[in-house]
Design a protein around this ligand. Structure first.
Ligand SMILES: NC(=O)c1ccc[n+]([C@@H]2O[C@H](COP(=O)([O-])OP(=O)(O)OC[C@H]3O[C@@H](n4cnc5c(N)ncnc54)[C@H](OP(=O)(O)O)[C@@H]3O)[C@@H](O)[C@H]2O)c1
Ligand SMILES: *[C@@H]1O[C@H](CO)[C@@H](O)[C@H](O)[C@H]1NC(C)=O
Ligand SMILES: *[C@@H]1O[C@H](CO)[C@@H](O)[C@H](O)[C@H]1NC(C)=O
Length: 276
């Protein structure tokens, strides 16, 4: 580990995603722990709101490009979480210290592009459930040296959003589809379960909570047992019963292929953005 104790993290662009990561860090315990986190926004109003929301002794907030630049100078680690289109402006105005680590949350910006601003880059793809500590994060590094130097620390900093896993950068478009778009695909499935419940007479509010809990519980079974979903599914199917009847309807409609192709399409679109 090449980071000193009492290090400082600067978050350039602390909006929805930046705040999710910082809140997760504040709720976690690990070592070495940052002694200061400076959260930078563009507007004073956002900075004041952050101060209230993240109310903690290690948090500082600031706004505007001059403050960004000061905060970047103090940083051992910069977390980049502004909108993707503005990153070049933000990093030009707030240069990163030589040797400091850059952790990017930006969709569609490669570590190669970011190495113009810092030698050591980690790219993180996470999702909106990170706001509730149930996010998924895929992490890749600009090169083996960056991973060697900072890998453990990056995983400690990002894992608190929920679950962080390392992948090679060539899988990032697929990760953007599975992790980034995945919640929307799950929500569509959840809506269908609710519709079915309502169709058969369950009040909407009850069907909604039931469907959400069914998805949460099912996910928990997979995460806790480590079993293949097919094995768990097979255990739920009584011969001649209700579940196998419903499953065959789904297979007839090609639901399995459709969902897998949705991930493929989203990954293709992510890759096409990168080519522009
Ligand atoms: N939202 C998602 O579901 C999601 C999922 C995966 C990845 N991402 C990635 O996360 C990144 C951030 O997305 P987000 O949804 O969190 O955006 P957001 O909520 O709009 O946050 C952007 C932040 O950047 C600040 N900002 C704007 N200009 C700035 C400047 N010149 N200097 C410093 N800060 C500046 C904004 O401050 P003000 O509030 O003062 O304007 C705001 O705090 C994006 O690159 C996106 O690709 C997002
Ligand atoms: C950054 O530091 C390395 C050695 O630590 C040095 O070789 C390199 O020239 C420095 N780069 C800049 C831009 O100062
Ligand atoms: C994704 O792109 C590949 C390669 O261009 C193509 O063969 C495939 O059909 C595309 N997938 C979808 C779902 O459109």
């Amino acid at each position: 580990m090449s980071i000193k104790e009492n290090y400082t993290i600067t978050v350039l662009g602390c909006g929805v995603m930046g705040t999710a990561v910082v809140s997760a860090i504040l709720n976690a315990e690990f070592s070495p722990y940052p002694s200061k986190i400076i959260c930078c926004t563009s507007r004073e109003e956002s900075a004041l709101n952050l101060k209230k929301k993240l109310n903690h002794e290690i948090i500082e907030v600031s706004y505007g490009s001059e403050a960004n630049s000061k905060a970047a100078k103090k940083a051992d680690i910069v977390i980049l979480a502004c909108k993707p289109y503005m990153y070049e402006t933000v990093l030009s105005q707030a240069p990163i210290n030589n040797g400091s680590l850059l952790i990017s949350l930006l969709a569609g910006v490669t570590t190669k592009e970011l190495q113009k601003y810092s030698v050591n880059v980690a790219k993180v793809m996470t999702n909106t459930p990170a706001q509730y500590g149930c996010g998924t994060a895929m992490v890749s590094f600009s090169d083996p040296e960056a991973e060697e130097k900072y890998g453990d620390l990056v995983m400690k900093l990002i894992n608190p959003v929920g679950l962080a896993m390392k992948i090679p950068e060539k899988n990032m478009d697929a990760a953007t589809a599975l992790v980034g778009s995945g919640p929307a695909f799950c929500l569509l499935m959840m809506e269908s379960l609710i519709d079915g419940g309502v169709r058969m007479g369950i009040p909407f509010a009850v069907a909604k909570d039931a469907a959400a809990k069914v998805m949460e519980g099912t996910a928990k079974m997979v995460l806790e047992t480590g079993d293949h979903p097919a094995a768990l599914k097979s255990k739920v199917c009584t011969p001649g019963g209700t579940t196998i009847g419903g499953l065959l309807k789904l297979e007839d409609a090609g639901v399995r292929g459709s969902i897998a192709r949705a991930v493929e399409e989203a990954a293709n679109i992510s890759a096409s953005f990168a080519k522009k």
